[in-house]
Write a protein that binds this ligand. Structure first.
Ligand code: LLP
Length: 395
């Protein structure tokens, strides 16, 4: 039998919509959202829309009552369009422009600033009643060095001392509601880490609170929940992660979290057609422009022969794309069944930071996206055309 996604044949979908094609199983997204809501009934959950900001996916998340975590002016605008409640959403930007800050302020979203200097810039634009600052605790964790977002050499957040200064300044300027934020890394599979990190930010909150004479209304532990990509990886037990966090989280504040990957990664599959067989190289029509994670981080994604998923692995292939870069490689010397021209390969766990990081390099219009649910398929983003590559250069 052919590979099934949401009750439909992946090969059928590839023929119907063409490839490369992102397909999302709506039920998996809903299940992941439900799982987190049940594991953390006391938490305010803001979906980090950078992971996948397709409007239809965002609307689905809105229906589940979540807020949004936005990182730019455009993400705030898209979140507003999708219907997110801005008062339940947070803006965690790094090095934002004044234009972005102005938009954030006007939208009513909670501002979470990455540096004291950004507060000074904000003073000239206007001040909200509530503010949060991002602290870098000096350590971080993530599946790849490129997705660790804290530590001595990291551009993110500020030291505890500098954050205390920022809160002091905010207090002097009449701000009365405070939150504190930390996002130390992505795709963390170590359950104990969430406990350590929560304890660390809480300790920091207590010290800053005492020093500055403020109380925090929320503590935001960021995102970072990992999902298994490789056969040997075990999914996080969210109940146990929740227990661990609950054990240390005693501060009388709301717990906020901003997961991105967790909701959408496993729901997404990238379908691609084999165009070329050249020795051990299997050439496909998707490339690093469609899914950059393998090229950028050396990330592993499972790859399945969609037209015969149970075929025995007898070959070793390198699966490569059409881009003029040697890093345009989804898998090197991967155990695979025999593959032929015209076969459909399914690159799995591609729903997070897949389409979101796609580019048009080498004249690659971005792929289409399709949502499937219980055997029904709906296009949720049209495939780009050559016209889309030149539209803004026309005068
Ligand atoms: N909050 C903030 C402020 C963030 O910067 C991020 C992700 C998240 C939340 C969501 O983190 P998550 O739950 O998805 O781990 N492109 C990389 C991931 C980079 C994550 C950057 N920040 C990848 O493909 O693995």
């Amino acid at each position: 039998m052919e590979l099934q996604i949401g009750g439909l044949s992946a090969v059928y979908l590839a023929k119907e919509y063409g490839t490369p094609l992102y397909v999302y199983d709506k039920q998996i997204i809903l299940r992941r959202v439900q799982e987190l809501k049940e594991a953390f009934p006391q938490a305010k959950i803001c979906y980090a829309i950078k992971a996948n900001s397709n409007l239809h996916i965002l609307q689905l998340v809105v229906q589940q009552g979540l807020g949004a975590d936005c990182s730019s002016k455009a993400e705030i605008e898209i979140a507003e369009l999708a219907g997110f409640d801005m008062k339940k959403s947070i803006y965690s930007a790094v090095n934002p422009s004044n234009d972005d800050l102005k938009k954030a302020l006007e939208s009513g979203i909670i501002l979470n600033l990455d540096d004291l200097s950004i507060f000074r810039r904000l003073q000239k634009i206007g001040l909200p009643r509530k503010i949060s600052f991002r602290v870098n605790p000096g350590f971080g964790e993530g599946k790849f060095p490129g997705i660790v977002c804290a530590g001595e050499d990291s551009k993110f957040g500020m030291t505890e001392e500098r954050a205390a200064e920022a809160y002091r300044l905010a207090k002097e300027n009449g701000i009365v509601h405070f939150g504190i934020h930390m996002m130390t890394g992505s795709c963390v599979m170590n359950e104990a880490y969430f406990e350590e990190m929560t304890k660390a930010i809480q300790d920091i909150a207590v010290r800053i609170g005492n020093k500055v004479g403020i109380e925090f209304e929320f503590i935001d532990i960021g995102g970072g929940f990992g999902v298994p990509y490789e056969a040997h990886e075990r999914a996080l037990d969210m109940k146990s992660v929740s227990e661990r966090i609950k054990r240390v989280f005693t501060y009388p504040a709301n717990l906020v979290m901003e997961p991105g990957r967790y909701f959408v990664a496993e729901a997404g599959t990238l379908l691609t057609t084999v165009t070329t067989m050249k020795g051990k190289f299997v050439g496909v029509d998707a490339g690093m422009t469609t899914l950059i994670r393998p090229a950028l981080y050396g990330a592993y994604h499972p790859i399945v022969l969609a037209n015969n998923p149970s075929a025995l692995f007898t070959e070793k292939y390198s699966i490569v794309g059409p881009i003029c870069e040697s890093t345009d490689c989804f898998a090197r010397d991967r155990d695979m069944p025999v593959v032929h021209e015209g076969d459909i390969l399914a690159i799995q766990v591609a729903g997070a930071y897949g389409f979101a990081m796609a580019s048009q390099f080498n004249g690659q219009p971005k792929p289409a996206e399709v949502m499937v649910s219980h055997g029904i398929h709906t296009i949720i983003r049209k495939r780009e055309t050559t016209e889309d590559l030149i539209r803004y250069a026309r005068h």
